[in-house]
Write a protein that binds this ligand. Structure first.
Ligand SMILES: Nc1ncnc2c1ncn2[C@@H]1O[C@H](COP(=O)(O)OP(=O)(O)O[C@H]2O[C@H](CO)[C@@H](O)[C@H](O)[C@H]2O)[C@@H](O)[C@H]1O
Ligand SMILES: OC[C@H]1O[C@H](O[C@H]2[C@H](O)[C@@H](O)[C@@H](O[C@H]3[C@H](O)[C@@H](O)[C@@H](O)O[C@@H]3CO)O[C@@H]2CO)[C@H](O)[C@@H](O)[C@@H]1O
Length: 602
């Protein structure tokens, strides 16, 4: 099938390998228009409000719940309820109860916000004077995460946890984000405005009592809380270095979870604590001990009885699994072992005497969180299958009644081709000339021949099995026979880093492999390329294809998970303006991928 011509082929130039610049511009315009229509329908984007330092929301002043000492400062008999005048109580959770049917309505709507606001029909939204949706009933929300941009980011988790809290605060919720204060030489300056709160606690775990302190910055109406401990101060990336993942990650994120449970009880932010009546949003395995701690260590003492927790699964590939012998280190009551218990199947064990006994943080949250959300609807189904469930499929299936998928939004203040500070030129759907200039500048920056008429293909991502780099590696010899240019930006698996470097020297005029992590370069690639390639083996949501569609760059993706949910394959016979936004190929083979790029055999 050759997609040519303007009417039928609004994606044609980028989909075909040989594009002429005029049709390329029309193609990009068409994709951008489709993207803007989606924005108008509010399908992808959590519209964020960043109107400068705003006053603390009024409800924050009213929400001063009675002071309840934190668990780690041994509590006196706690009050049975912590009434908060503006928040109706959430449905009862009970002590350590699994899967109460909570937050009943509206889960599969447009954003994670719907989980939080949909606890009762009173929670429906209203608009303020600026057409900014406002929650009718506001809540205290505590995000717990291993990363959040711009403080620390290793991938998409950082993007979402850096922007969704701001979007929720703009709707009137009181929002806190709790994450580590990583000092590794490169991220230190990002924490410069975070001040020591004067609060410190001692956490009883791993055979000792470990002091952590709290830092705080109030920005974009969100309380950013940073947990400080020497184990977060070391060179390398957030979770590891050249030698692999850090050996004490279980310890580091155990500290984070304990600290996150204490923060709402002890930190007076803007003069008031958050208190017990809050909604914890726990992201991935790093935060997964939070619902276990709530159930095992707080609710039995009457603390946090009215709190609720939502587990957000960004990526089931990382579960925080360690030997069963580490369980006593976690400071949990012995009778709660079952919540974390994890037995590897025989084929995955290392030797005949290995019983495969382990503890699994993510599993702990799967069985104790009140709600579970994945970052797209497609992925919420995939995680219940043997192929996509990474061993947790049966457990997740058993929790189907509280499992939903909500596609990620993107931050259109950061990712906006009309204002993007990382770009040499700006452009919009009405005038795409700046995109062609961005392409030329990118080619110059990369030392590639500056040519309008050659399709420039990009890849951005962690060099990980998940992202299908091996497929790109297999396809490169064939692809490089064509008149194309290819740029890859990524870091991760040293084998693929080495391959990128050597491929660059084999195809000097056609291929560039930028090994490293650079947010500005990722913006310039997104803007300057004609096509963004994402052959992910699995993809819970994926953000780069959303950024690409926002920048008039055609995504060519493997039709899986969130990629299938968000990229509409080009259909020349579609109604005008509904011809699609990219190309989703399946199954995941080299031939299909090349067909997706070229729209013909390569
Ligand atoms: N070398 C580099 N230099 C600069 N920037 C780089 C980079 N490598 C990656 N990035 C950036 O990191 C982010 C990656 O986000 P993705 O959603 O595509 O994948 P990730 O697998 O990390 O996230 C997981 O969580 C997110 C959020 O829920 C899900 O969308 C996704 O499917 C899931 O796997 C993008 O902002 C990208 O630009
Ligand atoms: O935002 C990008 C991803 O960040 C997180 O993934 C990290 C993961 O949580 C860490 O544990 C670590 O993963 C290591 C893994 O634990 C270890 O067994 C070994 O396989 O090496 C892995 C890499 O060091 O790093 C991951 C990031 O690379 C987050 O959980 C994901 O959702 C995000 O996609």
């Amino acid at each position: 099938m050759a997609a040519t011509g303007v009417g039928a082929g609004c994606l044609a130039p980028s989909v075909r390998l040989r594009a002429d610049p005029a049709t390329a511009a029309r193609a990009s315009a068409c994709v951008v228009r489709a993207r803007l229509r989606r924005l108008a329908r509010g399908r992808y984007v959590a519209e964020l409000s960043r109107e400068g330092p705003a006053a603390r929301p009024a409800q924050q002043q009213q929400l001063a719940p009675p002071l309840v000492p934190g668990f780690l400062a041994p509590p006196p008999p706690a009050p049975a309820q912590s009434p908060a005048p503006t928040q109706p109580p959430l449905p009862d959770a009970g002590v350590g109860e699994l899967a109460p049917d909570l937050l009943l309505e509206g889960i599969a709507e447009d954003s994670i916000d719907s989980i939080i606001v949909a606890a009762s029909e009173q929670d429906s939204e209203i608009m303020d004077a600026n057409e900014q949706p406002q929650a009718k009933v506001t809540r205290s929300i505590v995000f717990v995460t291993g990363e959040a941009a711009p403080y620390a980011k290793s991938g998409g988790l950082g993007d979402v946890c850096g922007s969704l809290p701001i979007a929720l605060a703009a709707r009137g919720h009181r929002v806190m984000v709790v994450m580590p204060r990583y000092l590794n030489g490169s991220s230190d300056k990002n924490y410069a405005k975070a001040l020591y709160t004067g609060k410190h606690i001692k956490i009883p775990c791993f055979g000792g009592s470990h002091e952590v302190t709290f830092f705080h910055e109030y920005r974009d109406n969100v309380d950013w809380v940073f947990v400080d401990h020497p184990s977060y101060h070391r060179p390398g990336s957030l979770y590891g270095d050249n030698f692999g993942a850090f050996g004490d990650n279980q310890f580091r994120y155990t500290l984070l979870c304990y600290a996150a449970c204490e923060a709402p009880l002890i930190l007076e932010l803007g003069g008031y604590i958050y208190g017990q009546n809050c909604m914890f949003v726990v992201n991935d395995w790093h935060a997964s001990l939070v619902p276990v701690l709530l159930a095992a260590k707080y609710r039995p003492y009457g603390v946090y009885r009215d709190s609720r927790s939502t587990l957000v699964i960004h990526n089931l590939a990382h579960q925080g699994v360690e030997p069963a012998s580490t369980y006593p280190d976690l400071g949990l009551p012995p009778e709660w072992y079952g919540a974390l218990e994890w037995v590897f199947p025989e084929w995955a064990r290392r030797h005949a005497l290995d019983k495969g006994e382990a503890v699994n943080f993510l599993k702990g949250a799967v069985v104790t969180a009140d709600r579970i959300v994945t970052v797209s609807q497609g992925y919420s189904w995939e995680v219940t299958t043997a192929e996509g469930g990474q061993g947790l499929n049966e457990l997740l299936s058993s929790r189907k009644s509280v499992l939903n998928g909500i596609v990620n939004g993107i931050d259109i203040n950061d990712w906006n081709p009309t204002t993007d500070k990382c770009l040499p030129h700006h452009y919009s759907v009405d005038d795409l000339s700046g995109k062609a200039k961005c392409k030329a500048e990118l080619q110059k920056e990369l030392g590639l021949p500056v040519r309008e008429d050659v399709p420039l293909i990009g890849f951005i991502g962690r060099l990980d099995y998940q992202k299908g780099i091996d497929l790109i590696k297999m396809a490169i010899p064939e692809l490089m026979r064509e008149d194309v240019q290819f740029v890859m930006l990524g870091s991760g698996d040293p084998i693929f880093e080495g391959w990128m470097r050597s491929t660059e020297s084999s195809y000097k005029d056609k291929f560039r492999g930028w090994v490293g992590f650079s947010v500005p370069v990722s913006h310039r690639i997104t803007a300057g390329c004609d096509i963004l390639l994402m052959p992910s083996r699995f993809e819970p949501c994926g953000l780069n294809q959303l950024y690409a569609m926002q920048y008039g760059t055609v995504p060519v993706v493997h039709g899986t998970g969130g990629l299938r949910d968000t990229v509409e394959t080009f259909n020349p016979f579609g109604a005008k303006g509904e011809e699609g936004t990219g190309w989703a190929f399946s199954p995941l083979t080299v031939d299909k991928m090349l067909w997706g790029i070229a729209n013909r055999d390569v």
